[in-house]
Design a protein around this ligand. Structure first.
Ligand code: MN
Length: 254
């Protein structure tokens, strides 16, 4: 099996090394990841700029391709130019920080996996809640076991799965929960800073929490110490409200 590994924390991130360690025995892994940190870039792509590609040393004998672009750029380039043969599976992560609830909309980790799914490939995004670099060695074995379980089930073409590990410094992982994406709003704030030339500047601040914790959600699972596994859709059509819209008295525009 050929596996493409990518992320949004950058090709040198500790989480990507952990992902390689988790996936190395599952198939032939190729790393194509952003050359620099691209968290929060969602599914953005580079339209006007050039995408420089560089073979980069990662760790010991491990090398990967660093792309001067976004996570979704990396997947596109990997599929169309960098990999000799297309992968059978795309893995994105392991991200430093959970990607649960509405954070999926901001996540470059999920953005890369989504791009793979758009191309008809099974794709899995993996993240660890509140992770620091020292946590990632602890993530290798749980990630490997979750990947083995998912692959044993034979993921469908274009299937998109989001995996989140709980904080790994809070004791043993309690198990796996299959969950739904939390719909909760996030309470957040910006800290006011002194910007350049005396201008006001703001930085996304330390206040940050989910306002609700509905049962059965990804966010609640990692809060309870479980690994969360969520199957995601790309189609954002609101089917329940489509009929109502179609029945409106629309103006004739012929
Ligand atoms: Mn990230």
């Amino acid at each position: 099996m050929r596996i493409l590994l990518t992320n949004d924390d950058g090709v040198q991130a500790a989480g990507l090394l952990a992902l390689h360690q988790a996936a190395a025995e599952l198939g032939d892994c190729e790393i194509v990841a952003p050359a620099t940190h691209q968290s929060g870039t969602s599914h953005s792509i580079t339209i006007h700029g050039e995408l420089t590609v560089e073979r980069m040393h990662i760790d010991g004998t491990l090398h990967g391709w660093g792309v001067d672009g976004k996570p979704a750029d990396c997947v596109k380039l990997a599929l169309r130019h960098i990999m000799k043969d297309p992968p059978d599976l795309v893995l994105s992560g392991v991200n430093a920080g959970a990607n649960v609830g509405i954070n999926l909309l901001y996540s470059g980790t999920v953005g890369a996996a989504t791009e793979a799914a758009l191309n008809g490939l099974p794709a899995i995004a993996l993240s660890v809640h509140q992770a620091i670099d020292e946590d990632f060695p602890l993530a290798v074995e749980p990630c490997r076991r979750v990947l083995e379980a998912l692959l044993a089930a034979e993921l469908a073409p274009g299937q998109l799965v989001n995996v989140n590990l709980p904080n790994l410094r809070n004791g043993a992982i309690r198990g796996v929960r299959v969950t739904r994406q939390s719909p909760s709003r996030i309470r957040e704030s910006y800290d006011r800073l002194k910007g350049r030339d005396g201008l006001d500047a703001f930085k996304l601040g330390s206040e940050y929490w989910f306002e609700e914790h509905p049962d059965g959600t990804d966010e609640q699972a990692i809060r309870d110490g479980y690994i969360s596994v969520t199957s995601l859709l790309i189609d954002r059509t609101d089917y329940a409200r489509t009929q109502g819209l179609s029945e409106l008295d629309w103006p004739g525009l012929s």
